[in-house]
Design a binder for this molecule. Structure first.
Ligand code: PMP
Length: 398
């Protein structure tokens, strides 16, 4: 049998980096490469109890087929959260999905045609770039400064390119950890609203803010209400409870949500009702806000430790930006250093990380790297950064 594969999927680049990391898997690697929350911090006991209660009290409902839009109680809970943050949303303006990755997929399917243009920050989330490629979109990067995308550039590109979408991770972004200022958020929401360009706000990390204090409002909140909003908000429980529960959501104008639900129906009927019921039960019984404060503080402490360790090796030309939340530290390596070549050397030392180049939609900055600081305990983190620094120094000495 000779299969003929679709250009769409067969044409996807298998990344050299992914292949390298795959080869290194399971070899007791000290890995800064993943984007995984620390499994040791999962609220396992509370999830166990919630699952047991669901299967004791409401097994039929949890194990039966359910509506495509997802569990109504969970959608109501999400709407109450949105209302507390300042945006009215109804369950009809909310769709539960299999992680926010599926929400992103459905939004792109509902809102674009092959050949359309999507504006992105540069660098941006790699799996979003891959998804845009699968759907035949042309990705156009927008120049940014420390506050976020430059409004004049966004305006110019909207007028010159007529994009169908702006995709953004405005809070503790992946891979950079950057966060847009409140004022810039306001301007971009206003601008895209006026120009009729929908914004996909992907927000998996917003709840992982290291310190209490002022929070930038989401773009979705700034838009005010779902009806007629330019913003489609994509959320997830992956970083706040556990990614294995595969539960995310989209919120936005009811017409968009209905189209996304239509696309979802053809794809998987609905997301796991059992997982959704477990989350509803957990939210009723477990102090999620307190738990998240502790998790975020712990991640902040590890981020501090990573920075201290990196600084202690005094590598000339090594820079990074300090994130205020999330899971990643974005490094600029000494100019002459190619991060992919460095990865090869560093894997031999037993340390993995992700070179930055593939995250770029425009010109690839090859001397960049993304380090995850949530996956390793202190001892392994210190050891890993030591070996990483050694690999850099060896390279620089060549
Ligand atoms: N968006 C971004 C920016 C991410 O970093 C991730 C997870 N790595 C996702 C979406 C997808 O997360 P999930 O499907 O687990 O909700």
């Amino acid at each position: 049998m000779q299969y003929r594969f679709s250009e769409r999927v067969a044409g996807m680049q298998s990344s050299v980096i992914r292949d390298m990391l795959k080869l290194a898997q399971g070899k007791d690697m000290l890995s800064f490469a993943g984007g995984l929350p620390d499994a040791k911090l999962f609220p396992v006991e509370a999830i166990r109890e919630a699952a047991a209660r669901v299967l004791t009290d409401r097994a039929a409902e949890a194990l039966q087929y359910g509506p495509t839009e997802g569990d109504r109680q969970l959608r109501e809970w999400l709407c109450a959260q949105a209302a507390a943050a300042g945006t009215g949303a109804t369950p009809e303006e909310t769709l539960l999905t299999t992680g926010s990755q599926q929400a992103l997929d459905l939004a792109v399917r509902a809102l674009t045609e092959p050949g359309d243009i999507v504006l992105v920050e540069d660098p941006t989330y790699l799996a979003a770039l891959q998804l845009f490629g699968v759907y035949g979109l042309t990705v156009v990067p927008v120049a940014s400064d420390a506050d976020g995308p430059l409004p004049d550039e966004v305006k110019r590109l909207i007028q010159a390119k007529r994009p169908r979408l702006l995709y953004a991770v405005p809070t503790f972004g992946n891979p950079t950890g950057r966060t847009w200022s409140t004022e810039r958020r306001r301007v971009i929401v206003q601008l895209c609203g006026a120009e009729g360009v929908p914004i996909l706000e992907d927000d998996p990390y917003g709840a992982l803010r290291f310190e209490d204090g002022e929070r930038e409002p989401s773009l979705f909140t700034l838009a005010g209400s779902c009806k007629g909003s330019p913003v489609v908000y994509l959320g997830t429980f992956s970083k706040t409870i556990a990614p294995g529960l595969r539960t995310g959501w989209a919120m936005g104008d009811a017409t968009v949500i209905r189209m996304m639900a239509k696309a979802k129906q053809a794809s998987d009927l609905h997301s796991s009702a059992l997982d959704q019921r477990i989350i509803v039960q957990l939210l009723a019984d477990f102090p999620l806000v307190d738990y998240l404060r502790d998790v975020a503080r712990e991640y902040g402490r590890r981020m501090d430790l990573m920075q201290r360790e990196l600084a202690s090796h005094r590598i000339e030309g090594l820079r990074w930006e300090e994130p205020r939340g999330g899971m990643f530290l974005w490094l600029t390596l000494p100019e002459a250093l190619d991060a992919e070549a460095l990865l090869r050397a560093s894997l031999r030392q037993g340390v993995a990380f992700v070179p930055g180049a593939p995250f770029f939609a425009g010109v690839q900055e090859r001397n960049t790297a993304r380090l995850n600081f949530t996956g390793l305990d202190d001892e392994r983190m210190v050891k890993g950064i030591g070996l990483f620094a050694e690999a850099i120094n060896e390279f620089l000495a060549r």
